[in-house]
Design a protein. Sequence first.
Lengths: 496, 496
Amino acid sequence: MFQDFKLVDDRPVVIQVKEYIQRLIIKGALQGDQKLPSTREMSGLLKVSRNTVIAAYEGLEEGGFAYAVPGKGSYVSALAGYLAEDSAEAEDSAGWQFDWRARMNDYAVSAVELDIMKPGIRAPKETISFTSIAPDEHLFDLGDVRRAFLDRMAIEGQVLLNYGYAKGYKPLIDYLMRYMENKGVDISGKDMLITSGFTEGFDIVLSALRPASRRGAAICENPTHHTAIKNLHLQGYQITGIPMERDGIDVEELERVLQQKSRTFDLAYLTPSYHNPTGIVMSPAKRSAVMKLMTRYGIPVIEDGFNEELRYSGAHIAPLIATAGQGNGVIYIGSFSKVLFPGLRVGWVLADRELIGYLESIKRARSIHTSTIDQSILYQYLLNGNFDKYVRKARAEYKRKYELTKACCEAYLPQAELSGDGGLHLFLTFPTGVNTRQLLDACNAQGVIFTPGDRFFIHEGEGTNTLRLGFSRVADENIKRGIRIIGEQARSFLRT
Amino acid sequence: MFQDFKLVDDRPVVIQVKEYIQRLIIKGALQGDQKLPSTREMSGLLKVSRNTVIAAYEGLEEGGFAYAVPGKGSYVSALAGYLAEDSAEAEDSAGWQFDWRARMNDYAVSAVELDIMKPGIRAPKETISFTSIAPDEHLFDLGDVRRAFLDRMAIEGQVLLNYGYAKGYKPLIDYLMRYMENKGVDISGKDMLITSGFTEGFDIVLSALRPASRRGAAICENPTHHTAIKNLHLQGYQITGIPMERDGIDVEELERVLQQKSRTFDLAYLTPSYHNPTGIVMSPAKRSAVMKLMTRYGIPVIEDGFNEELRYSGAHIAPLIATAGQGNGVIYIGSFSKVLFPGLRVGWVLADRELIGYLESIKRARSIHTSTIDQSILYQYLLNGNFDKYVRKARAEYKRKYELTKACCEAYLPQAELSGDGGLHLFLTFPTGVNTRQLLDACNAQGVIFTPGDRFFIHEGEGTNTLRLGFSRVADENIKRGIRIIGEQARSFLRT
């Protein structure tokens, strides 16, 4: 015994010795009330210092795996329940197999079916991938993030590590309320809930709303963010998609749909700025028109503040919630995920104060509260003025890449219609007949992948001639090479 | 204009100047195409350096709030949608008021009704409060947490800040799988999902299971963790409570309930170690007996690993999932929240691999993934061997407080039956007739509060003579003084 002990580099030796012996006890190789080798002996057997063994034995005693007999040495505790072989029911237990698949409800089954990440393309490392719209981590200013963490820990480390509040970290809420006020939002009568990113905020909002009939009815831009489509479906909503035009949602079609007497809608989900996947910014005139319609038909709007900060040209445009003034019909969900750090899971819901009260209780029931460390790092980072500095740098870099990608598309993919006014991706629409899933297969064989656009459309069979190109994490030369390859493959599709 | 500018201390001056002017633009005090004062003038007006104004103007231009005319100066951009007053629909919008309460579904309404934190007692600062079972933050080793963060950031900071995986941070999963193996768990055929604490894990598991009939049926210890009761109710479960005995759940009563032909149960939720609120550890014999019954009746067990590490005496006892051997019927949910840092929202679900696959997709739909920063700090903290060191310190301190609290209860509250074998609280049962809500009112008037025990019971009217005393965050002298006061008040209740 004790021959198979092997030290690894990256963990304290005492813990490695303790866990090694503990495992022998649990496996039954060392039995209850058996005397352990003396610390001197064990030190020789494991080739570690005697002090290490003394500390490891103490650890075992504290953990209840051993006990000391004064003057005699350390003995193994008689453990209960650790060895299935010991107990009469061992065979029953080993045979206790559930068919979990049969016990999954529709929600769980749909969650897997609608989960596009699971069967995601596993591409070899050298593949040129336009699938990601996550930020380029090389832009991250790690030093500033470290400093934000250390600053905040110095101020209130003990508070950060203990329980926080379901509603969120107060200094961050105050900061973001002012931030939204600076975007022109009238915050009177409104309040904020901090969530683990946009997705949790959206899911909590959906889970609180009572649809007018058994199945909810939602209006969305078509195409739209596939996570939104997924979560609306998971919550039982039927979705009516309104086509996109060059300057945002087709307002005439929207009005036509709303006028149908036979239908009522429970909510609209809209992404007015740098819309995912088309990258289109809704024009001020359309924003006005949309808000008028929503007001007239009494339909609450969930506004996705996605990428609002990644504007590359033109003047600022107010979010819909600012346009609504004191009205309480817009639920704004914001996040810095794409602009700053997706790893910090922080988003926010800004909405009517009474509504936030309900959402707060749901948040508490679901996950108690959002990571205080994440919230406080974000807060201090913002407070230190790093955000402005970082966004300036990131915007310059992404703008450059955006223009490069656009130029490459115009050069190599003249047959495709291009959209995207900012953000981290462009959207391409090919002549009907070009199936982008087949195009993807052909490109993949050439070492280039992208996101086929159909997954952003409400109904099966729509958008089969579209694709999304995320450029944020692709090197310049690969942007050129990748788009050239897509162009070559697309031409052969157009010929056939 | 520009007279009301006031600098605050804790933010970069450039940002304060930029936001000040931006707000004037949004409010309409500065109008579109109006020329801004020259940087020299503005520097004098705001009493900041000219370089500051130059940088602030640049920031406004980048943000689309101003534009530069070469040789002439900076001008205000004409913003769209920012002023509700500007637009024709302003009055409609202001009048656009939803009655959100009327749009909340049963789930949202119940979440508020069952939310005991919201109407929680707001006690003055000098009150002696036994309501918390959160750890004492003075024990936190902030230096080690800081080091864990810096170590991990140095190794892979860019990875930590970008998107992670729904399943969790791989190094942490590997670590925790080994950790659970060291508790005797057979991990073959099992897998792990990292969640934002126990609560999210529990909620995700419940939301995946398909009950045999329309309303699910669950078995719990009675009393039990009130968050579990809340979330079971929110998911539509009817709960059958099995009374607690000194060594855990009443097995005879459990068997009697299971034998009823008319009823089937979808799951059991059990906390075998340091049960909340009674603090009782289920005996090895009962663990065997319970697992036999669950196997015989085919009822999956959700095991709450709550406080397993806060053992103050006796040998280690294996969790139920270890007792189950290769069986896949136990879903173990663990968390270091109470032992380590609740602020790090990290828990884990260890269960059958196929089941984890479903839960992973639900997790992705709900919040994409758990904070990578939290997960990586926890991982590095564990890897550095800080956990053992910290638990040793915390356990010594809590054990001392536990014994002090116990001694005080025995001295001042001889009329109450005491339970609690470890953890951060004790549970008291008074003779029937002592209503602990009334007792709480009386004690509150004397500056002492605790948690009335009835909220941990399944049915209204149960446990009205019980209370929970959380001692982890109460100073020694206050433990003595507080319990003496509870004793005095209780005596007057017993007399009447």
